[in-house]
Design a protein around this ligand. Structure first.
Ligand SMILES: [Zn+2]
Length: 68
């Protein structure tokens, strides 16, 4: 039963895995869940997976760059 309408206990949508998670960090206006943040820091920069992370994170940095 979840009838918690006052509080958004739903979590936030992670910018990387695009799933709703309760715990994570905020970068600017975007949210990265704990799991993805751990993955990100433990992934080598020459890993294919890292490219995926960077691609997803472009959503965070691009609006900032467009301000120029
Ligand atoms: Zn995530």
């Amino acid at each position: 039963m979840e009838l918690n309408t006052n509080k958004s206990s739903d979590g936030e949508t992670c910018v990387i895995c695009e799933q709703k998670k309760d715990k994570g960090i905020h970068i600017y206006t975007q949210f990265i869940c704990n799991e993805c943040e751990k993955e990100l820091v433990s992934t080598e920069t020459n890993d294919e997976k890292y490219k995926h992370f960077l691609n997803q994170m472009r959503k965070i940095t691009e609006p900032m760059l467009n301000l120029k």
